[in-house]
Design a protein around this ligand. Sequence first.
Ligand SMILES: Nc1nc2c(ncn2[C@@H]2O[C@H](COP(=O)(O)OP(=O)(O)OP(=O)(O)O)[C@@H](O)[C@H]2O)c(=O)[nH]1
Ligand SMILES: [Mg+2]
Length: 452
Amino acid sequence: MSATDTIVALSTPAGESAIAVIRLSGPACPELSGEILGRNQSLRPRYAHFGNYIDAHGSIVDDCVFTYFEQGKSFTGEAMLEIAPHGNPLIVQKIMEDLFARGCRPAEPGEFTRTAFLNGKMDLSQAEAVSDLIRARSDRSIEVAQRQLHGSVGRKMSELTDRLLAVMAHLEAYIDFPEEDLPSEDQAGPASDLKSLINEVSELIDTQHYTSLLHEGIKTLIIGEPNVGKSSLINALTGSDRSIVSDIPGTTRDYISAFLMIGPWRIEILDTAGLHEAGDAIEQIGINHTIEQAETADFFLLVLDAALPSPALPESLLSRMTAENTIVIENKIDLPNAATHEGFMSDFKHVRVSLQTNDGVQAFRKVWTESIESGIQQPNSDGVVVNARHASALGEAKAALELAAQKMRDDDLSELIASDLRDAVESIGKVVGKVDNERMLDSLFKQFCIGK
Ligand SMILES: Nc1nc2c(ncn2[C@@H]2O[C@H](COP(=O)(O)OP(=O)(O)OP(=O)(O)O)[C@@H](O)[C@H]2O)c(=O)[nH]1
Ligand SMILES: [Mg+2]
């Protein structure tokens, strides 16, 4: 965007709605804010004004609420104007066309946030959080995105950078006065500071897994022998007839997935084909798919029929299941011959339910939420978690820090160590966008919606 451009976009979803919001950013806003209301001076900033939108031909388009923000005191840092007409797509179109005729141009996806970043209104991790917040699908991901939007990642990066700079300052002493022997405690200090920095960066990189769990959902596999009630379970949890339920064993031939919320968590749940010595080739393909899905599953719900003997499961599945990531669901407790299976996989949590009468289902949901809370590795108390892009930059930083630590152990020249540390500072800087990389910015903001 050039300094003379004024961009415009509909910031609310297209279609009918009570009101719509059209957003403008750029140098034409002060003048436009007056012109479109038929006034010869711009609107008072940060006040909601009710009035008629008057197009370039002098016709009234609609009565709207107008809010004007001065340059430097807006989301983008430029002068901005928000116009809220009635949410009729035709009215929105007329206003947009009039604004184009007055010299504005349509905004690119994410261009408002990109402008905010370029004008120093936020760092890159905060800009990403804007998009994450809009897309968040669970309480937990909203919390994380809000923390990031308020600068949690940026603060962590500047803390790490400050600590690194302190180590470098210490090393400068060697560089400036190489002939002087530094006392041994002075050598131990930077080395141990570096070690704790490496550990912290590693922990941060690991939080990426938590972020992807939040975004993609906790992948949960329902498994068990045929006819035990796996499809009945996915239907009960999603409150739909997502999967076919029948008394014919082998009804579900391939996996079926759905999304749902358990407490504050977003879950991707998969109903799978019953596990047994396959009767036919198609069933076997379904079972193979289950085993493949298990490779990347985060959680397992193992369903069994309480009225039948405990199941025998393939070793490839058993090896993925732990007391932390699995709940054994003893189903069909309404049947007269239902027995307890507490001796089966006795280290694991068991719940007893009837998916026919709904008995125990509420209690199961509670156990499930608690299991996720305790079974999923949560971020540290400061709650900072990173995304894949941050993790990759931090991975570079970690590699540079490890090189520096090695050189310290080898008593290499301080200049060489300092150079690795500078590389690490630069990599950490990438997280918050302290780099000049147009291409990276293009690909990042392309994923935003228009109007944000
Ligand atoms: N009595 C009783 N029957 C149940 C219960 N839950 C499910 N069923 C019945 O058990 C049969 C099998 O249920 P499904 O949900 O299709 O079982 P599944 O594990 O998906 O079976 P496959 O897809 O063949 O592997 C159906 O007739 C269900 O109505 C229950 O709690 N009690
Ligand atoms: Mg089924």
